[in-house]
Design a protein around this ligand. Sequence first.
Ligand code: NDP
Length: 331
Amino acid sequence: SREIHLVARPKGEPKESDFAAVDVPVGEPGEGQILVRNDWMSVDPYMRGRMNDTKSYVPPFKLDEVMQGGAVGTVVASRADGVPEGATVLHMAGWREYAVLDAKWARVVDTSIAPPQSYLGALGMVGLTAYAGLVRIAPVEKGDTVFISGAAGAVGIIAGRVARHLGAARVVGSAGGPEKARRLTEEFGYDAAVDYRRGDLEGQLAAAAPDGVDVYFDNVGGDHLRAAIAAANTGGRFAMCGAVSAYNADKPVPGPDNLFLIVGKRLTLRGFIVGDHNDLAEEYARLAAGWLADGSLSYEETVVEGIDSAVGAFTGMLRGANTGKMLVRLT
Ligand code: NDP
């Protein structure tokens, strides 16, 4: 079984040499444990933070050990009640082909309503992030204009769908490049798209949201946050979800220079971590299952093959190589 270790803390953009693929024997489950063959693993932006040796809401990855991350797999041996062989489980022992883990850390998922890997995306943490952000952190009200950055990414596509379900009158997204911008409006249900690589983000946003922005879902930070503050209406609500434009920065990135507008516009900017909102998971799962069934939550995936492609999938994702959820298929 092959697994990926972090062997050096990346400076700036991670390099292949910061990681090593290591072959290890397949383990055997002890009492209360399961052996899982990972079929899919997730690469997520927050993992970049865990590669640094800094204090955060999740501890750093340890050097010369297998990394962790979301994965979905098939139970091939079980010594745990309630998790039978053949079950499909969601767990956090990714970045490896086979994992032995305590059954209590695995959740059996229902593959009759959606394919297994959707539990790493639309039906999992990604979907709940979009939902919590737009119902609780920056609640969408009927008739709102909602602006979402990183709109063609995993969270962004779902956030656009959720905003629509919550009654937004206009949903505007930004993404990098003309092809992603085209797909936002033609395939992912957005009303208007901004291609930030074309420049003049503020001018493009003003044209795309002529009535101003009531709710901003920030995946990107930096220039996008500045533009959203400039476009915000009085009383605007901002869900501060991520700042992917700065994750590979090797020194602190200056903040927007128009923060003073927050005062006069009476804006609320609120950060959140999805793990604090698991109380919404059941409600979201029920809604999402219905929306998947009626086609109103269609999502997108970018899939790369094999554990040896995992590092490239991760670094590519931070550069925008993905549309929708970036996934590694292991079997
Ligand atoms: P994505 O699928 O959105 O992948 C990352 C995307 O970031 C890329 O596809 C790329 O799209 C975009 N990007 C990279 N660099 C820049 C840049 N300089 N400016 C603008 N866009 C850039 O990842 P996720 O959907 O998984 O995550 C989206 C955000 O949500 C991240 O910030 C992540 O940290 C955050 N998040 C937060 C959670 C929380 O609990 N708060 C939970 C889950 C995610 P493009 O081609 O358009 O540039």
